[in-house]
Ligand binder design. Sequence first.
Ligand SMILES: [Zn+2]
Length: 470
Amino acid sequence: MRTPSCYNTLTRSLEVIESSPGEERNLSLYTCGPTVYAHAHIGNFRAYVFEDLLQRHLQERGFVVHRVMNLTDVDDKTIRGAHAAGIALADYTRPFKEAFFEDAKTLRLLPADAYPEATDPEQIARMITMIGTLMERGHAYQAEDGSVYFRIASFADYGKLAHVDLEGQRPGQRVASDEYDKEAVADFALWKSWVAEDGAVGWESPWGRGRPGWHIECSAMATGILGETIDIHCGGVDNIFPHHEAEIAQCECAAHGKAPFVRYWMHCAHLMVEGSKMSKSAGNYFTLRDLLDKGWSGREVRYALLAVHYRGGLNFTFEGLAAARTALGRLDAWRERLREVAGGEVSVEAPDAAAEELFAMLDDDLNISGALAVLFETLRESNRRMDQGVCTPKQGRGLLEWLARVDGVLALEPDDLAEGIPAEVEELAAARATAREAKEWKKSDEIRDQIAALGWVVKDTKDGQRISKS
Ligand SMILES: [Zn+2]
């Protein structure tokens, strides 16, 4: 089987992922991004790492993924934070946006094609247009408080994603807050009219000065960039209701029921820390930076977040991080050993059947436990062969090539491989090779020291120089 499948929250069943008719191998992917009022915590990053694995695996299977991730830079929390800090909203959110991109790089998350920001005037215009369409079609109304609300009673399908039973619930209450009780089936705000606490934050609209609700931000940016129907939409399980339910209501009503908003919904389960819910007061609340400060690497955190299936609850522990460190150490040692066995061998022996098995595991709703089991079984088996001296250079090279393909999906390679060697270091290494050919040993040593000063080590092997991070 070479076709990936996923568990679709909407249909509650396993489905084969296919492109829309006429789209060849194209897939659009929308992932709810961070609200930039603080540093993202490891629970947020668990969802982003799962989405990264999904994107990488789909690409390995030959899909061209068009991915959009939004940045929520205006909502109740960002406004509150800016107000408390006594600075403008944009000045408050900017460092958190920058920190998010840095953290994403540390965790080796592939960049999205676009990161629309909710406060971008172009996006605000899209939101206003969508609200206008909902008003025209009777799906929205302006209340006495000046805010515009979505009329849940106008959309019979409301509740289809969260499988919320609307029977016995009396729609009609209104909530201005973006986040509310799971059980409440309430008309939610599309446009919040300006209040004194908003200060300088606000945009003009046909319904007066105000700001968009969180749900309309995602709906307008997702469909505005990716089109009326999106192939895959991801997020955390806590986004299902009300956020994603509201996104469906807004988009399908704006499209006049012509187009389903999303074909496959995928949601990542919660993360616990040391067995309990992460909270600042319990002292078990971690950002990525907190873990880096404690001496863990981005690669180790990535492994720990990746190694548990996305739909299963992840209990994040320091024991788990230590296990990640051990596992990565084994992979690195294996890679080194394979390099020695492969030597200068370039021709590749066809990889054995086990190699394909790893990707077949991931086809099954990203079965990461199965994939890691195949990886470590391959490691054990080839180490056994190398112990016995029966692993040929061709086989060694074949395994290295396979490992490079696996790295393309799991991204667990050592930092120097992940980052690539800087051009400056490459140039110095080339100059050093020339010096060595000319037997200019002193010069060669000087260049080696220059390379070391840049944080890299150059070793001489029988196949020439090998450069790695010091
Ligand atoms: Zn969203």
